[in-house]
Design a protein around this ligand. Structure first.
Ligand code: SF4
Length: 373
């Protein structure tokens, strides 16, 4: 087999330790048009940061490398959301269920090199939290009354940002989680995260309606590509804590990378997962950048190993992917390792072709993947 992208452990942008240790948010901004200025001031008070009022949403900046990341993702902008908070996800070629998203954040304060949001938010790249919660609550209540199948009664908060990355500043999870049992009893929330900051949500009255899903990867991928996130082991420790607090806890192993020690590393990751807790569902996906993402990666991470990896992937629709035979081999290895821990764990693939599911003996009927109820 052709070796593709074995550079992950050997290369990668060497961020200074100081840069990575810095607080995720060093500047807190708010637009003057905000309706509830007291709320913005309270968030600032909680963060210990001065609040800087701005006339408009900062746009594209001319920076490069770490300066660019700092200009976009060391800032948190508070503003009101004008578009709907809730809308339905539509995969361009129908390779995913039409799940619903709840957009409380645009963009993220973590610095994963493979993050697709660099492309999504190319014109408004500053990490943002929307604080006109009343509009959001209203939409959640209306959503709860819709006649839709149970599997779609989940609002995904992790599609356009990590919903727990800066929760220690916004305190948003502490508002929305207890809101659900009282006002939207038929709807679940899904928090997809690489954070380990879960202590604030442990005592909340969640009514079994919030799912906390941790995205985990090997230590090599974490060290080289997932800057400023919690370590995989800390995420697993956090997963064990939220499970003890009664939350439904899921896992994503995504994006899976092919590199020199991938096989032993992913098997070790699976063993580590089950040392900590028993997930109800595990969803797996491979590195699959959009065609246009490479430029956005290189303007922030000019030495990223991903640029080399991208050149050896194959085009499938609007994405680049590992060749099918390699995907089957990588997924098969991980699935076999998971099955050693029991056959009652729901395993699924993210946005993958039916022939890959079939090749791995997985059943697409009654799909039980990360984003569905
Ligand atoms: S945690 Fe997710 S949203 Fe945040 S930088 Fe990483 S990939 Fe992007």
């Amino acid at each position: 087999m052709k070796v593709i992208g074995n550079q992950i452990q050997e290369e990668g942008l060497k961020y200074s330790k100081e840069e990575i240790k810095k607080s995720l948010v060093t500047e807190l901004l708010a637009t003057r048009q905000i309706g509830n200025k007291i709320r913005a001031k309270n968030i600032a008070k909680q963060s210990g940061l001065p609040l800087i009022w701005v006339d408009k949403v900062p746009g594209h900046n001319g920076e490069k490398g770490i300066d660019k990341l700092n200009a976009e993702r060391s800032i948190l902008l508070l503003r009101d959301r004008v578009s709907p908070f809730i809308d339905q996800f539509q995969h361009p070629i129908g390779r995913c269920a039409k799940f619903y998203k709840l957009t409380a954040y645009n963009n993220c304060n973590f610095w994963c090199e493979y993050c697709y949001l660099y492309l999504t938010f190319r014109t408004q790249p500053v990490s943002t939290h929307f604080i006109n919660y009343e509009k959001m609550y209203d939409e959640v209540i209306k959503f709860d009354r819709l006649k839709i199948p149970k599997s779609l009664r989940v609002l995904n908060l992790g599609e356009l940002g990590d919903p727990l990355a800066v929760d220690h500043i916004t305190g948003f999870a502490g508002r929305i989680i207890p809101f659900m049992p009282e006002h939207a009893p038929k709807t679940q929330l899904l928090f997809l995260t690489k954070s380990d900051c879960v202590d604030e949500i442990l005592p909340l009255d969640h009514g079994g309606q919030s799912i906390i899903s941790f995205s985990v990867n090997t230590d090599a991928v974490f060290h080289q590509l997932e800057h400023r996130t919690a370590s995989p082991e800390s995420r697993l420790a956090a997963a064990a804590k939220v499970q003890s607090a009664g939350y439904d806890v899921r896992l994503r192993i995504d994006p899976v990378f092919f590199y020199s020690t991938w096989e032993e590393d992913y098997i070790k990751l699976v063993d580590k997962i089950f040392e900590y807790f028993q997930p109800t569902r595990i969803t797996i996906g491979e590195y699959r950048p959009s065609n246009g993402l490479a430029n956005h990666i290189s303007s922030r991470f000019p030495d990223s190993p991903l640029l080399k990896i991208n050149r050896s992937l194959v085009k499938e629709g609007k994405k680049l992917r590992y060749p099918k035979s390699l995907r089957i081999k990588m997924f098969g290895t991980i699935i076999e390792a998971i099955k050693n821990y029991g056959s009652d764990i729901d395993i699924s693939l993210c946005k993958e072709q039916p022939e890959i599911w079939r090749a791995l003996g997985l059943d697409m009927k009654g799909l039980k993947c990360n984003c569905l109820g």
